[in-house]
Design a protein around this ligand. Structure first.
Ligand code: TYM
Length: 329
């Protein structure tokens, strides 16, 4: 049986990128595997949320996980900061993570460009904390979007290095997992790259139909293709990628053919994308609204998850301590 782990930073509501990058695959795997899905609230501290925001964001993400179909009776849903063993493994892994490799990490280089006034050590060691999340359960499959590929690579490096250093094949080599397909990247509505919370280009699972229509109709397009089968510029390809995720294959083909014949009307394309996102989001949104205020249920989910995650994590930490050579007197 595989041990599967995935997680999302608690920095705001979940968007279509989170769903198609990580959640969808996780939900598909939860019945056949030993599955852990967590809320990365330690990771969210790199951007200094207020205490009230920190708590509300964690709660919101749990609600949205559940609404997307993670079953807490089967999979383990837990909050990262509830499992203190993660922090210990992070410390231990940091001892053989090198500054040079952490500085070369693409996401570190990007974030220091974005927030030059807050280049904290947590940002630099973000990949070791992520490795600790994965290795604490000795997970071997990790459903993530394309943007996390390099972090997974670093996790393998840290795991292998630990195994070599202590001459013990203890940690497995975790791989990003998308059912044999290429990892997904859902682009933003602005066509400038990936859909993201901090990019301001996202459609959230909680967005109402009115908001979705407004966001999609505002997306910038161009004056249309002039030659048959012309390749699509980013500001058009993004709408097609989102359509591929949320619409029926026939609908996608219909608009793709229209584009290739130079007959496309972008207004129609956008209307269709908006309506298909609404159809996709509606059942999730209804569930979000139904469980948001059910604090008894949420409390039960979180405490059940904490217990299961701690049992798995404390076993790993005990073994890791022994391997490293910590002994009691
Ligand atoms: P985060 O919170 O940025 O994103 C959570 C998950 O959503 C995926 N994702 C996307 N996939 C496709 N297209 C997009 N536009 C898109 N945007 C986000 C991400 O790939 C990710 O799978 N470092 C992680 C959180 C984390 C984690 C872990 C994940 C911490 N520890 C251990 C897996 C295992 C992050 O910031 O993801």
């Amino acid at each position: 049986m595989n041990t599967v782990l995935s997680g999302i930073r608690s920095t705001g509501n979940l968007h279509l990128g989170n769903y198609f990058g990580a959640l969808k695959n996780f939900v598909k795997m939860q019945h056949e595997n030993n599955c852990f899905f967590f809320i990365a609230d330690y990771h969210s501290l790199t951007t200094h949320p207020t205490p009230a925001d920190l708590h509300n964001n964690v709660k919101q993400v749990i609600v949205e996980y559940l609404a997307c179909g993670i079953d807490p009776e089967i999979a383990t849903i837990y909050v990262q900061s509830d499992v203190i063993e993660v922090a210990e493994l992070y410390l231990l892994l940091n001892m053989n993570a090198y500054i040079g490799e952490l500085e070369r990490c693409t996401s570190f280089k990007e974030i220091i460009r974005k927030q030059p006034d807050n280049v904290n050590a947590g940002l630099l060691t973000y990949p070791t904390l992520m490795a600790a999340d994965i290795l604490i359960h000795k997970a071997n499959k990790v459903p993530v979007g394309k943007d996390q590929g390099q972090h997974l690579e670093m996790t393998r490096t840290f795991a292998n290095r630990f195994n070599r250093l202590y001459n013990n094949e203890y940690f497995p080599e975790p791989v990003a997992y998308n059912f044999g397909e290429e990892l997904t990247k859902i682009p933003g509505l602005d066509g400038s790259g990936k859909m993201g919370k901090s990019e301001g280009n996202a459609v959230y699972l909680i967005d109402s139909p009115e908001i979705i229509r407004k966001k999609v109709m505002k997306a910038v397009t161009d004056s249309g293709p002039t030659e048959p089968n012309q390749s699509k510029p980013d500001s058009i390809a993004n709408l097609f990628s989102i359509m591929k995720a949320v619409s029926k294959p026939d609908t996608y083909k219909f608009f793709d053919d229209k584009y290739n014949d130079c007959n496309i009307r972008y207004g129609d394309l956008k209307k269709q994308v908006a309506e298909d996102i609404i159809a996709f989001n509606t059942p999730i949104r209804e569930k979000i609204l139904a469980i948001t205020d059910d604090s008894t249920y949420l409390k039960k989910v979180v405490s059940m998850g904490k217990e299961k995650a701690k049992a798995s994590a404390s076993k790993t930490i005990k073994e890791v301590r022994e391997i490293i050579g910590f002994k009691s007197f």
